[in-house]
Ligand binder design. Structure first.
Ligand SMILES: Nc1ncnc2c1ncn2[C@@H]1O[C@H](COP(=O)(O)OP(=O)(O)OP(=O)(O)O)[C@@H](O)[C@H]1O
Ligand SMILES: [Mg+2]
Length: 233
């Protein structure tokens, strides 16, 4: 096994997940190939966030296999999972910040946690803050940010470690259409830089808008299963 499995950065094979009741997700197989762009959609409660958590090793499957960068999560020590997770940037659905730190410090937090030399990363941090359009807000505290500014700070924090994969959970929740387009453009730009992207969203208009800019596969969770959505969006 193993070697002939293709080169998916994140691979799920016949995965099922249950929080303890009945199965929420059944027989899910998925490969995120390098450079690919995926949307994950489905009704509220279908299991989008849960599936993303399986994709970054925050949850272990109750059946089937999850491989992160070629290694089965079940064989991984906690440290191995932590290392793999550094290669995966996550924009969480409820982006949380440390409110006593500045926006800039919050974006830099993954660098601090992993013991990087902040001085050496200063230019990177500045560039990234500028890229998400938050230079003028860099010294503000998170509670002073608008919804769109929070989402952009969360995106910057997710990519500060230069991950190979970015998983974004409803990155355009609670922002207006114009801001959701702006966030989408940032994610498309990351993809053009070679990053593998998966966005969970219930916003079909966003998915339609994306199709003009990027070749994306649209996956839908329906009745516990993952389907490739057709052109009928
Ligand atoms: N930690 C947990 N323990 C038990 N049940 C959970 C837990 N987390 C989520 N669930 C349940 O699992 C189901 C799927 O939740 P999930 O958050 O994955 O859905 P979602 O598709 O992301 O929904 P939304 O679009 O509202 O974000 C829901 O019914 C939810 O209540
Ligand atoms: Mg969710």
């Amino acid at each position: 096994m193993g070697a002939d499995k293709g080169a998916g950065l994140i691979e799920l094979e016949n995965v099922a997940y249950s929080y303890g009741g009945g199965e929420l997700l059944s027989d899910i197989s998925l490969q995120l190939q390098p450079g690919s762009f995926h949307f994950l959609t489905g009704p509220s409660g279908a299991g989008k966030t849960t599936l993303l958590k399986l994709c970054y090793g925050a949850l272990l499957p109750t059946a089937g296999d999850v491989r992160l960068f070629g290694t089965d999560v079940r064989g991984m020590e906690r440290d191995d999972i932590a290392l793999s997770r550094r290669r995966i940037g996550v924009v969480h659905q409820d982006c949380q910040f440390l409110d006593h730190l500045s926006v800039s410090e919050n974006i830099a937090l993954p660098l601090m946690v992993s013991g990087r030399d902040l001085l050496a990363e200063a230019a990177n941090l500045k560039e990234l803050t500028n890229w998400v359009g938050l230079t003028s807000r860099a010294e503000a505290r998170p509670p002073e940010l608008s919804g769109g500014e929070r989402q952009r700070a969360a995106l910057a924090r997710a990519v500060i470690m230069s991950p190979d994969v970015v998983l974004a959970d409803e990155p355009t929740g609670n922002v207006d259409w114009e801001m959701s387009q702006r966030l989408l453009r940032l994610l498309v730009e990351l993809n053009r830089m070679g990053k593998t992207i998966m966005i969970a969203t219930h916003d079909l208009a966003l998915i339609r808008a994306a199709k003009a800019h990027v070749q994306a596969r649209v996956l839908r969770i329906s009745n516990r299963h993952l389907q490739l959505a057709g052109a009928d969006l």
